[in-house]
Ligand binder design. Structure first.
Ligand code: HEM
Length: 400
């Protein structure tokens, strides 16, 4: 299973690179290549767009099947029982809504109170926490591994390229943890705190509510390498990003809905420089408003030299509000990150483009899908953490 998953991922990456090279450098050579391919496979060429969509769907299905089988095999091996309706996102010992009902009944209240203070004092704190949760779950599952500090014996994830100088909000989690440790010591895992806090963050900036299943354990380890490998980056191609979501058991729909989190928060110049000096003008078209926006972005983010850490909002219309205006940004061709705009503008984005249009038109559909997908994201678990995990006393260090 692992091998076929590996090949699926590798071939997507190759295709991805091919498209990038075609669109940036060797345009005519690639065209020639495509026409020769088309001559040899007229059938394929005449159904080009359908084939593309089918390819993504097919890979989606293959990968989902592989993962489902993987999980079922794991469950059988660990418990001797085959779960009847195992889907990847269902947790491995299942998470429940009332896990802390008798051991720490005030957990949800305590997290919400602290998040209220933090988001009131700075709405960007909501964005920090939502992203922290995402970066936790994509590396070894949602096990609080992202919260671990580097020590002599442990190389954490904080210094991985996707996280360094970028991930924030750790102190907020520390504060919540301290309160919970005085209220119910040794009971609530850091991974659960982060998951609940992410839900509250979204609500506090105007987004939807969802129930948060709890009962996660904290890992004793972290993975710098997986943080580099699993997390998507701003200049990565669409297919490669899709493959990273599929790998986690999340669908293309989950990906487009979850990327809607970019309706809040900011990005640093180093993550959007290539985009604004690249195809931004082409995707946004010639009009005075987008010209003006592009010039202001260029003044924040010079083409060369300093300014790597200068920031600007990813949704420049309602930056502190969780709404669907991020998708309108993409319809205008003004997505700040290349990875975001690709969901609407990439030649491989037929499926994603439709979803962007749906969420732009229908905020209720977006909220519904975002809530469902956040539950799926939060349910990415790792059997190791359940078996050998713990409830950390301090989210930054494993217990001694
Ligand atoms: C689809 C693939 C994704 C890519 C390529 C991506 C990439 C990025 C990048 C490059 C930034 C800016 C970081 C910086 O400049 O320091 C960012 C910010 C952010 N991302 Fe994503 N992201 C993705 C998906 C997600 C998902 C699934 C979520 C949450 C569910 C999320 C939540 C956020 C938030 C809230 C911010 C703003 C953080 C802040 O204000 O500091 N992203 N993302």
């Amino acid at each position: 299973m692992k091998l076929s998953r590996y090949w699926a991922r590798t071939s997507i990456r190759w295709m991805d690179q091919f498209v990038i090279i075609c669109s940036t450098h060797y345009y005519f050579a690639c065209l020639f290549f495509i026409f020769i391919g088309g001559y040899l496979c007229i059938e394929c060429l005449s159904n080009k767009s359908k084939q593309g969509a089918n390819l993504v769907k097919m890979l989606d299905q293959i990968l989902m099947m592989n993962m489902k089988i993987d999980i079922e095999t794991r469950n059988t091996a660990s418990t001797g029982l085959m779960k009847s309706s195992t889907i990847f996102a269902s947790a491995d010992p299942p998470l429940t809504l009332d896990y802390y009902k008798s051991t720490c009944p005030t957990v949800f209240e305590i997290v919400r109170q602290e998040m209220e203070c933090q988001v009131l004092s700075n709405p960007r704190n909501a964005a920090f926490i939502v992203r922290l949760h995402f970066h936790d779950c994509f590396v070894q599952g949602c096990d609080g591994s992202v919260l671990l500090d580097d020590t002599i014996s442990l190389k954490g994830e904080k210094k991985a390229s996707t996280n360094v100088n970028s991930l924030k909000g750790f102190r907020i989690i520390d504060r919540i943890k301290n309160k919970l440790e005085s209220e119910c010591p040794g009971i609530v895992s850091c991974a659960d705190i982060l998951t609940i806090a992410a839900r509250d963050a979204v609500i506090l900036v105007g987004g939807p509510y969802w129930d948060v299943p709890v009962g996660r354990k904290d890992s004793k380890t972290a993975s710098y390498d997986l943080a580099r490998e699993n997390l998507p980056t701003a200049n990565e191609g669409l297919l490669s990003i899709i493959s990273k979501f599929l790998y986690q058991g999340l669908s293309v729909t989950d990906m487009v809905a979850l990327a809607g989190a970019h309706t809040i928060g900011m990005a640093r110049c180093k993550n959007f420089r290539a985009r604004i000096y690249g195809d931004f003008a082409a995707t946004s078209g010639k009009n005075p408003l987008s010209d003006l926006y592009l010039s202001s972005l260029k003044s924040i983010c010079p083409a060369t030299g300093s300014g790597d850490n200068n920031v600007t909002a990813m949704d420049n219309v309602t930056p502190n509000l969780f709404d669907n205006s991020f998708y309108h940004t993409l319809l205008r061709g003004e997505g700040l990150l290349s990875s975001d705009q690709e969901m609407y503008s990439s030649v491989f984005g037929m499926e994603t483009k439709k979803l962007v249009q749906i969420y732009a038109e229908d905020p209720v559909a977006f909220f519904k899908q975002f809530s469902d997908s956040m539950v799926k994201l939060g349910n990415i678990t790792n059997l190791d953490s359940f078996v050998s995990g713990e409830v950390r006393k301090n989210c930054r260090f494993p217990n001694t």
